[in-house]
Design a protein around this ligand. Structure first.
Ligand code: ADP
Ligand code: MG
Length: 147
């Protein structure tokens, strides 16, 4: 899928929000500047969040649970995780009981990334646009691509 500009990336996030459920995990792969936070911002917008969305690097987890939102979302950026032992304290497993998760730098989870995650790979094209490829597990069949 081709995303010609940042607003296209945001709109894709918004569209994805419509079918998002508690327990869902969206894993965003891609280099620094690939558009992961832009997509997460669109997703939050689509869920009904209308405030500012900062990059969650400090802290690693940013929880969004405004009354106007259709469901709570944890925005997670694992860039600064250096040791797998830091992961349990984030309590991401437990979070899935009550929220959806969108995760930047999911490669930091290694084999612990849940197999039912929607895996989206963002890449910058030579013309400055972005291309997105998806790995769609059974849990997401019928929900990807979003309409
Ligand atoms: P990441 O979180 O992956 O580091 P960001 O979402 O912060 O990346 O985006 C980095 C830059 O890329 C931003 O300036 C954003 O506007 C831009 N961007 C996002 N999507 C696109 C796109 N489809 N085409 C061109 N630029 C984009
Ligand atoms: Mg980012």
């Amino acid at each position: 899928m081709r995303l010609p500009d940042a607003s296209a990336t945001g709109r894709l996030g918004q569209a994805l929000a419509r079918s998002l459920r508690v327990g869902d995990v969206v894993a965003l792969f891609g280099d620094l500047g690939a558009g992961k936070t832009t997509l997460a911002r669109g997703l939050l917008r689509g869920l009904g969040f209308d405030g500012d969305v900062a990059s969650p690097t400090f802290p690693i987890v940013q929880v969004y649970d405004d009354p106007g939102m259709r469901l709570p979302l944890w925005h997670v950026d694992l860039y600064r995780i250096e040791d797998q032992e830091e992961l349990p304290e984030l309590a991401l497993d437990e979070a899935r009981d009550e929220a959806a998760l969108i995760i930047e730098w999911p490669e930091r989870l290694g084999g612990a990334l849940w197999p039912d995650s929607l895996r989206l790979h963002l890449e910058e094209s030579s013309d400055g646009a972005r291309s997105l490829t998806a790995q769609v597990p059974p849990a997401w069949e019928g929900r990807w691509p979003p309409r």
